[in-house]
Design a protein around this ligand. Structure first.
Ligand code: UTP
Length: 291
């Protein structure tokens, strides 16, 4: 069996209801963080982690994503003729980032179902999953940090983040045994527990390395409470037969699929850009923010 991780799946077929009305006709994955669509950060993280192949799970109304990662002859021709070399490089970059395949999820039946849609394109090999609206700012790409663990243990690895108790019920939460250096051997997972029932303060965020047995687990996992097939339920099923690890990764995660998280991510990413950092800080200071 192929043992190294060569493919990453990006589920991007969700309806983006938390971001209405912006997402009524624009995929949320195409909303810009500073000057790039959210999904491009995800593809860049995958490539920057050494994974060459990307499978994007799309749905109706999501074709702007495919256009974004394709060649745009007219635009490139105009920029070339006008000798706008820097802009041309930006436009061309997205089309040559990675080898991307697409598969449709015909109905938004949950994250687990979206991953299952990629089964044929992934085949029987370990793979990564990256949720594009979880954007991570980190010195070493978050997915690469998970791959380092995978290379040691050859088992599923989930990215974990500490979350305050009043926010924990919005996440999938793990119970686990600490192994040191932020690594945990996971013993249980609960999707969106009540704060009082949460087994820890460690939430799963949108980065995973999964073994191909997850597909059989998802096929056996019925729809959960809101009629969706949950990825956490599939991983929980897998726990019966395989070890699953969690890594408290180094870095900061922003939920760019949420309005406030999106604003925070835009500010944080813009502050890292030399051309914006100075003027943006000056602007923020000038707002005379209250306490
Ligand atoms: P989210 O729950 O953040 O996305 O799923 P959503 O369902 O689009 O958003 P809201 O809650 O309605 O605002 C995480 C990722 O999984 C994908 C989404 O596109 C997102 O990237 N997803 C979710 C699918 O591909 N299919 C689904 O059925 C559900």
């Amino acid at each position: 069996m192929q043992d190294s991780v060569r493919k990453a799946v990006i589920p991007a077929a969700g309806l983006g209801t938390r971001f209405l009305p912006a997402t009524k006709s624009i995929p949320k994955e195409m909303l810009p963080l500073v000057d790039k669509p959210i999904i491009q950060y995800g593809v860049e993280e995958i490539v920057g982690s050494g994974i060459p192949e990307v499978v994007i799970v799309t749905g109706r109304g999501k074709s702007p994503m495919e256009d974004h990662f394709d060649v745009s002859f007219e635009l490139e021709h105009v920029l070339r003729t006008r000798q706008k070399t820097e802009l041309l490089a930006l436009a061309e970059h997205a089309a040559h980032l990675a080898r991307i395949s697409y598969v449709r999820q015909k109905e938004a039946r949950g994250l687990g179902h979206a991953v299952l849609c990629a089964k044929q394109l992934v085949g029987h090999e370990p793979f990564a999953v990256l949720l594009p609206d979880d954007v991570v700012q980190a010195d070493e790409p978050c997915l690469k940090q998970l791959l380092n663990v995978y290379e040691q243990h050859h088992a599923c690895v989930l990215a974990l983040m500490e979350v305050p108790q009043d926010r924990i019920s919005a996440y999938g939460v793990v119970a686990g045994e600490a192994l040191g250096n932020g690594l945990y051997r996971i013993t249980d997972l609960v999707e969106k527990p009540k704060a009082a029932d949460a087994p820890s303060n460690l939430a799963i965020i949108g980065r995973y390395i999964l073994t191909p047995e997850i597909f059989a687990s998802l096929e056996q996992t019925g729809p959960g409470a809101i009629g969706e097939i949950q990825l956490t339920d599939g991983i929980r099923h897998l726990l019966r037969t395989q070890p699953v690890y969690g890594l408290r990764f180094e870095g900061t995660r922003y939920d760019a699929g949420d309005k406030l998280g999106f604003l925070q991510a835009n500010i944080a990413f813009a502050l890292r850009r030399p051309e914006f950092a100075g003027p943006l800080k000056e602007f923020l200071r000038g707002l005379e923010l209250g306490a």
